[in-house]
Each structure stands twice: as structure tokens, then as C-alpha cells.
Design a binder for this molecule. Sequence first.
Ligand code: NAI
Length: 250
Amino acid sequence: MTLQGCVAFVTGGASGIGQAAAQQMAAQGAAVVVADVDLARAQQTVDVIRSSGGRAEAMLCDVSQEDEVETALSKTVEIFNRLDVMVNNAGISVRKSMLDMSAKEYEEVTKVNQFGVLYGMRGAAKRMIAAGTQGVIINTSSVYAYLASERRIAYHASKAAVDMMTRVAALELGKYGIRVVGVAPGFVDTPLVQSMNTDPQSWKRLSQDVHMRHQVIRPEQVASVVAFLAGDDASAINGTVVRVDDGFAA
Ligand code: NAI
């Protein structure tokens, strides 16, 4: 129970990687807030955590709206009295050529993936600093932060931004004892990556070819790294993004 006594807030916690991270941190003793735009699915995640004896609360929160992030974080501190771990994980993508992507579509991805991380980091950091908590902020990046592919220009740009934002925030928050780290998953079998690869041939290629060990990653394999980074065993890991890609970007 390495996260006993900790309070963790996970954005995009109702599905995929965020859901698995919420469950693993709860299994390690953390009280977890599952924050998502899909409250019904967030509540389902909470029900699963509670049925295993864990502590969790579901909260409606659109990370692209700073007031919603602020409200949910304040509610978290009200309910659990502290905030130790902030996982900025919610993310979306639009799959279109740069020639066709509208400015609005580009902006939507940027608002969730990039501004959402900014709002989450500073909302959490302000509360940790005020309480004197030496907390941890974990941002979900992607191998697409540094590997280019076609038809995802906004997604690539937003994830590259998340990597640099992680490093800048680690520098600024180090003096408060707050660590800021990231995870960069490869292809993880979640609704997001399934929606980006609707063509059965491309999904088959992805499943068989891209990895050194020829497998698509399970959300739990990323979640266990998130849970490790959240704990004291990772106390020397700061200002960096850990690849969890089965060697895809090796
Ligand atoms: P997912 O689609 O399974 O889950 C994303 C969750 O975020 C959903 O529950 C959704 O309702 C929520 N969400 C969407 N917009 C939101 C908003 N504005 N505010 C709050 N919640 C919102 O996706 P997955 O795959 O678990 O992705 C999680 C993170 O991992 C994302 O940041 C994604 O970019 C990143 N990632 C995923 C990879 C993959 O292969 N699945 C690879 C690399 C990175």
C-alpha cells in the first residue's frame, strides 16, 4: 500500500489509461477522484473501486474549462482534506489531414490536451503549495510527442507541448518539493486508439508490427507506471517523461 493516505485526482478517469490508473492507485491505498466529462462512466469506475474496498469520488469536469477544473479541485480538498497526486490524463484527437482540419478542430484538441494540462498543473500546484504538500503531478504525453504521423497534427503538437510543459513546471515547482513527470505511452488498447484506427487492416498492422515484442499495450501496463511515479519509490524521477511504449520509439 505505497499510496496509503494519499489523495489522487485523475482527469479522463472514466476510461482507458485514466480508469486503470485510478484503480491501481486506489488498490495501493490512495483515495481517488475520478474526474471526467462522462459522469456516468466515472461513477462506474468509482463503483468498481469501492466494491474492492477503495475510496473514490466521481466528479464532472471538462479540463478545457479552467473554472470546472478549479471547482473540482476545491471539492476534492473539501472532501478529502488534501491533494497529493494530480494525473492530467484526459485527451482527445481529431484524425484529419492538416489540409482539411479546421481551426476550430485544432483548437478543440489543443484546449483539452494542452490547456487542460496547464489548468490541472497550476490548480493542483497552488493547492499543494498552500498546504505545504510535497506532491506529484503526472501528465499523460504520448510517443506522438516526438514521432510524426499523418492526419493528427493537432494531437502531435499538443503532446510535444505537454512534454516541454512538464519540464518547465518541474523547474518552477522543484523549490516547493513538488515533482512533475510524464508518461509517454505507445499504442494502448483503449477506445481512443481504436477510434483513430477504424480500418481493420491498420488495426491489425498496429497490433502485429509496430512493437519490438509485437503487442499492443494494455491500459494496466501504463497505469502501473503512473502509480509507481506517484509514490516515494520514484522520488528521484522529476522533470522527465517516461516512455511506456514496448520499444516502439526505441
Ligand atoms: P480514452 O478515450 O479511453 O479515455 C479518455 C477519457 O478522457 C474518456 O473517459 C473521456 O470521456 C475523457 N475526456 C475527454 N475529453 C475530456 C475533457 N475535456 N475533460 C475531461 N475528460 C475528458 O483514451 P485513452 O487512450 O485512455 O487516453 C488517455 C490519455 O492517454 C490521453 O491523453 C491520450 O492522448 C493518451 N495516450 C493514449 C494512447 C493510446 O494508445 N490509447 C497513446 C498515447 C497517449
